[in-house]
Design a binder for this molecule. Structure first.
Ligand SMILES: NC(=O)c1ccc[n+]([C@@H]2O[C@H](COP(=O)([O-])OP(=O)(O)OC[C@H]3O[C@@H](n4cnc5c(N)ncnc54)[C@H](OP(=O)(O)O)[C@@H]3O)[C@@H](O)[C@H]2O)c1
Length: 224
């Protein structure tokens, strides 16, 4: 339910954050060709295996190849990802910014939103940028609503924001290179937000949904 994000991290930051996360028990890391940090993420996985007795089969590694490639270019990108990561396989290979075809909507089952659509086609719906990293506001980390709610539970605002997501069954991939934050972001499973607090968080109108929103965009603020 919790993985480590690595967008914008160079190899050395990605190495440090990934190794820290794996050492404290994370079993999922998210990277991408476009992030340019496969070598750092891969080296951390290898060092965790050799220095901490970690087993490759116990973790779930996601990466992404660029969208819009033809068959042979996609195959080459897949091979390059594995080589740069130093891994034999990844657990999930996504297409970053896949092309959208007008026919897709009508070909798929009827759904009122992305989450429902994913459920209907058997795809796991995951929250990226779960702390609104690129939104230009730290409201989901230290805003009034999440901070006030957190006080009741002895939790930080960031933990409240992440808990609100995982309590709905949505996996999250927060990014941090601070060991204390990496640890805190995974401490979400021995407490529960009350129904009243979930309703308050559901009703929040801020920060706004900033990106996409129509049927032809991914709703991801045009970020990778
Ligand atoms: N299309 C896609 O597939 C896609 C798109 C966007 C993102 N993603 C993935 O989602 C990941 C996460 O999204 P994001 O990178 O946009 O950022 P994010 O996780 O929404 O937010 C990261 C920010 O939150 C801070 N933070 C994290 N934990 C904290 C804590 N416990 N207390 C206080 N501050 C905390 C971090 O600072 P500190 O370092 O100081 O903790 C950082 O500034 C990405 O890295 C990427 O792997 C995927």
């Amino acid at each position: 339910m919790v993985g480590l994000g690595t967008w914008e991290y160079n190899n050395s930051v990605a190495y440090k954050a990934t190794l820290t996360a794996l050492k404290v028990g994370y079993v999922h890391v998210d990277t991408a060709t476009m992030y340019g940090n496969h070598a750092g993420v891969g080296q951390a996985i290898q060092d965790w295996q050799s220095q901490n007795g970690g087993r490759r089969e116990d973790i779930f590694v996601t990466t992404k190849i660029p969208g819009g490639l033809n068959y042979s270019a996609a195959e080459a990108a897949l091979e390059a990802s594995l080589k740069d990561l130093g891994l034999d396989y990844v657990d999930l290979m996504l297409v970053h910014f896949p092309a959208y075809w007008d026919g897709m909507g009508s070909a798929g089952p009827e759904a009122t939103d992305d989450r429902e659509f994913d459920h209907m086609v058997g795809t796991l719906y995951q929250s990226f940028s779960p702390l609104c990293g690129p939104c230009g506001t730290s409201e989901l980390i230290n805003g009034k609503l999440v901070t006030e709610i957190g006080k009741k539970y002895g939790k930080s605002g960031a933990q409240v924001s992440l808990k609100w997501q995982v309590q709905q069954g949505i996996p999250v991939i927060p990014k941090s290179d601070e060991a204390s934050h990496i640890i805190a972001n995974a401490q979400l499973f021995d407490w529960e937000l009350s129904i009243e607090d979930m309703i308050k968080l559901d009703a929040a109108k801020s920060p706004p949904v900033t990106g996409g929103g129509d049927s032809k965009t991914s709703g991801d603020c045009k970020i990778p």
